[in-house]
Design a protein around this ligand. Structure first.
Ligand code: HEC
Ligand code: HEC
Ligand code: HEC
Ligand code: HEC
Ligand code: HEC
Length: 218
């Protein structure tokens, strides 16, 4: 059977339906307000995890680089979650008998990945890639907040369309040097705009084009 709608048309159809539903209900403002509340965007929620993994401990105190565990972040759309082997490079030596780590040992023994509960997720009609952002000088902290201070991981920023557009309208002051991408504490120099403009020019950032709908909906 031939496809009636291309995947792209399907995305647009769904966006259209979502948009018209909002208008039909009439309470567009109310809906937007509701959609932005922490309730639905769940910025405060620290979901229970199979293992109480702490970024504060591992990324903050121990200073392990984000990319050691999220190794896809520079090379593909997804950052990825670490395989159990990554935990075991240390935990076959440290805290080997801890009950807290029992699910990690079990995962390794049974060769089944740990089932983490995701906290940062976009609806599937939104297109996103990590690698482009990293390559153009957008740091992890700009989107994920101070992960290195989180005992249990939560979503610091809700990924609303406005959140993305705020930066896409004017990314320049938010750009940073490549060697500071994963640095949670780096602050731009006094003239963030001038420094960012130099990075934007060097990396060829397509300023003025990043708010077009097709950038994120395709
Ligand atoms: C580079 C080494 C290293 C890696 C990799 C590592 N850990 Fe740890 N982890 C540690 C150290 C060191 C401690 C702290 C022991 C202590 O408290 O003195 C620790 C402690 C823990 C604890 C105890 C609670 C806490 O935070 O104090 C848990 C749970 C844990 N790790 C889970 C994990 C998981 C899950 C992974 C894989 C995603 C992982 N670790 C990867 C070094 C590592
Ligand atoms: C030792 C390995 C390790 C290091 C280092 C690490 N992470 Fe993680 N990260 C994990 C694990 C395991 C999870 C899944 C459990 C959780 O959400 O806490 C995770 C989850 C996340 C999530 C939530 C993803 C989702 O949708 O649920 C984000 C965002 C994240 N990490 C960002 C970072 C950043 C930024 C850094 C560097 C400051 C970092 N991580 C360093 C292991 C690590
Ligand atoms: C421009 C914003 C942005 C930047 C910069 C960014 N992320 Fe993400 N991250 C997201 C979004 C949006 C998602 C959810 C993606 C989805 O649901 O498809 C996400 C998801 C994740 C996840 C969950 C697993 C996955 O791959 O989807 C991890 C882990 C993560 N990010 C780590 C990082 C790390 C580490 C860095 C820095 C090296 C980083 N992110 C930089 C926006 C960003
Ligand atoms: C802090 C700034 C910032 C934030 C926040 C941000 N972006 Fe971006 N985004 C950029 C920059 C810079 C580029 C690179 C533009 C270029 O390549 O010219 C980019 C590029 C993109 C691209 C183009 C990728 C490609 O292959 O062409 C997509 C898609 C995208 N962003 C989606 C998103 C989504 C979805 C969000 C919200 C979850 C988001 N961005 C949040 C700065 C940001
Ligand atoms: C920089 C990325 C980005 C761009 C550009 C963008 N969007 Fe979105 N859009 C999003 C994200 C992220 C969401 C999901 C919001 C959520 O989950 O709350 C979204 C959601 C939507 C929705 C669903 C309803 C809603 O408001 O949540 C519609 C409709 C929509 N976008 C239409 C558009 C149109 C039309 C354009 C062009 C004028 C556009 N978008 C440009 C990122 C973007």
């Amino acid at each position: 059977m031939t496809q009636i709608f291309s995947p792209v048309a399907d995305t647009w159809l769904r966006l259209f339906l979502l948009g018209s539903a909002a208008v039909l209900v009439g309470g567009t403002v109310g809906i937007i307000g509701f959609a932005r509340s922490a309730y639905i965007t769940s910025t405060e929620v620290r979901p229970a995890q199979p293992v109480p993994f702490s970024h504060r401990h591992h990324a903050g105190e121990l200073g392990i680089d984000c990319r050691y565990c999220h190794s896809g972040v520079e090379t593909g759309p997804q950052a990825g979650l670490p395989p159990t082997e990554t935990c075991m490079t240390c935990h076959s030596e440290i805290w080997t008998n801890s009950t807290m780590l029992a699910p990690v040992r079990q995962s390794l023994a049974s060769n089944t990945p740990i089932q983490w509960t995701r906290v940062a997720k976009l609806p599937d009609y939104v297109f996103f890639r990590h690698d482009v952002h990293i390559a153009k000088g957008v740091g992890c902290v700009s989107c994920h907040g101070r992960i290195d201070k989180m005992a249990l991981t939560y979503r610091e920023n809700s990924f609303t369309m406005d959140f993305c557009l705020d930066c896409h309208r004017d990314p320049v002051p938010q750009l940073r040097p490549q060697d500071r991408i994963a640095d949670m504490t780096w602050k731009p120099s006094a003239d963030a705009r001038a420094a960012g403009a130099a990075i934007a020019a060097h990396e060829g950032v397509r300023l003025g084009e990043l708010t077009h709908c097709y950038v994120c909906h395709r």
